[in-house]
Design a protein around this ligand. Sequence first.
Ligand SMILES: C[S@@+](CC[C@H](N)C(=O)[O-])C[C@H]1O[C@@H](n2cnc3c(N)ncnc32)[C@H](O)[C@@H]1O
Ligand code: SF4
Length: 338
Amino acid sequence: MGNTNSFGNVPLLKGWDFKPSDYHNSLGLLTAQIENTNLCNLDCEYCFRGGSSSDEKKRFDKEISRSQLFHSIEELAELGVKTINIIGAGEPLLDPAMGDLLKYISSFNITPVIATNGSRITTELIETFDRTGSSIIIKMNSLNNDLQNRLVRRNWFADRRDYGLRLLIESRFNKPSTDYQTRLGINSIVFQENKNEIYDIFRYCRNNNIMPLMSTFIPAGRTKDKTDKEVSMEEFLKIGREIQKIDREIYGINYNRLLPYLGGVPCTQCGKSSLYLTISGDISDCPGQLHTVGNIRDISISEGLRRLRERGSNPEFSCPARLNYWKQIGQLVDLDKY
Ligand SMILES: C[S@@+](CC[C@H](N)C(=O)[O-])C[C@H]1O[C@@H](n2cnc3c(N)ncnc32)[C@H](O)[C@@H]1O
Ligand code: SF4
């Protein structure tokens, strides 16, 4: 594939807009992913943090306390983290103390990036996002409301998510500034039921200056095992090639990268400059590689980072978890020949 370590002129969300050299030169951490609540108001059939039933999305009794989480954020700040992605384990905006968390993160000059299903966004929350310099990544699996609602098993979801998205756009989260390209992203998983409309969602993102974050299932939680819903690595690469052509010809965006996300977006959330802290206090690489190197109740974040680095890195900014999965199920395609 050649030159995969260049991010080209791919537009990246505030908080994800590093250069490859930032990662290679970093002595400490650049990004982290944290979980702030296990509660969720949806029951997505594909949830990588879900168990076998919706009951498992209730609060865990082994969750870390807020002061333990804040202490970890201080440690992350000392290690040089520039971005903290708040990614669950459930729906981050169900956390009643979300505002305090965002204020605390931004007090260290760290950019909070919130992955949300979008159904709980209000004008008050948007003011907090704005004051704390946060970026938002909102879920959109389908433009077809019936399909979208069926996937998350809630018949009210798509309308509420669209309302949240509209508020963010009205509040100019998708407008560039001198410091960043956009503060709005859309997360779509590419699978059999939506693969034909992925192009429309992708164009919607590009036409509205929203960063697309579109990939296959993470091999964890409800999508840990192979199903007939997933697209194969080869199918995903074919979609990626078509999107790459659309980007080059229509949007003047050039890149070589086809994995793990469409549109040339690199994964910067695992490897030597990133770590993942779960709601239970476990330190691991990323949601796709949950095997823990220790718990913050027993070890410091820097010790966790040291142990993670012994495991290796992700120099290609790809997705070791997905590549391992494709290898295991005999679907791995040689990218150099592709
Ligand atoms: C775990 S969710 C947490 C935030 C929020 N609850 C949501 O769903 O948007 C973070 C993102 O991961 C996506 N996601 C969930 N399960 C996934 C899976 N099995 N594979 C890939 N992405 C997944 C969600 O759609 C969402 O965009
Ligand atoms: S993907 Fe997000 S919204 Fe859906 S069940 Fe999982 S945590 Fe909840």
